[in-house]
Design a protein around this ligand. Sequence first.
Ligand code: ATP
Ligand code: MG
Length: 391
Amino acid sequence: MKEVLLLKYGELILKGANRAYFENMMLRDLRRRVAEYGRFEISKSQSTVFVEPADESADIDGALEACKKIFGIVSICRAAACEKSMDAIISTVKEYIPPFLEGYRTFKADARRSDKRFPMTSPKIACEVGAAVLESVPRIKVDVNSPEIVVMIEVRDTYAYIHAGKIPGAGGMPAGSSGRGLLLLSGGIDSPVAGYMMAKRGVEIEALHFESFPYTSERAREKVFELARILSEYTSGIKVHVISLTKIQEELKRHCEEDYFTLLLRRYMMVLAEMTANRFNCRALITGESLGQVASQTMQAIAVTNEAVKIPVFRPAIGMDKEEIVQVARKIGTFETSILPFEDCCTVFTPKHPRTRPELEKVLAEENKLDFNALVNEAFDSLYTVKIGLE
Ligand code: ATP
Ligand code: MG
């Protein structure tokens, strides 16, 4: 039996004249992603995209898993395609549908007929299909008002498609449709979640990681690459830029007041991130900050770090509780990696009493004890890039 995937897009279709632009972005992403699972034909009609295996090599289970991670798709149906005759439809329903109904108590059959030449009306098709389902799964009951699952027949141009139950898609906007952003990616729980949230809104993500060798280890770096790899399942690849903060941290430790270390370091990080964004054409920074979570994330502290740059900074987790962030981290598969206990550059030389209500003037006075620009330029020279999931 020929199986296909029917992908439905949601918010996308609201985009009026820009619709084609968003659709094409999504299709481009889709083509690239399913190609890893063999040859598929991809076509669209109304607001449904069809993913059809083109030959025996096509792995539809793999393609389905990949499709679940493509932003812009709200739901996915795995469907059987059959010849457009009532006999073929009924026998396909009997053979294909029962496993999908396992665990459900009530259903209804529904039909849509975009090919109006098909000799039966939709209600009539639904009625016959409903009867066929009851024959092959006698324990299930019909509930037309609030069925637990809907058995759907779609009679389209070439085939009739038969499916039951929708699989939720990733939602959001197609990859890259909102421009490119630079994610400040640490090894923690929050920043991968922040990257995922912005990717979901159509932002193409590049990542920037700061390390502080030898205070941070090879394993800490590998952990960050692994987080980027998990994120890349949603973004079709990701570039990770790495900059060393070792010298800056040593200079801060040597010359500046300890209570200000973290804030000063964060200003260096923001400026280096802005430089990186400019070099790689990213139009915003993205961080995993959450208001009040740590001393450097109070309103005053954020004001002080934000002041160092002009570029917009997106902080999608700002209003989330840790528990909520953890939930997303688990859903996207980064949590288990994030909690591996490796040091981050922010956790070396941390002050015992970090300032939670810093005054900008005092911070600038501390900052001026060092040659900020020289240190920044030297650190920027250490930048190197690793491509993950990209040619
Ligand atoms: P996370 O769980 O994302 O590490 P956090 O709660 O530990 O966040 P901080 O360490 O204060 O918070 O970092 C705040 C944000 O700054 C992070 O979410 C991340 O965007 C960025 N950041 C922190 N450390 C690094 C790093 N080593 N490299 C790149 N970005 C970093
Ligand atoms: Mg951190």
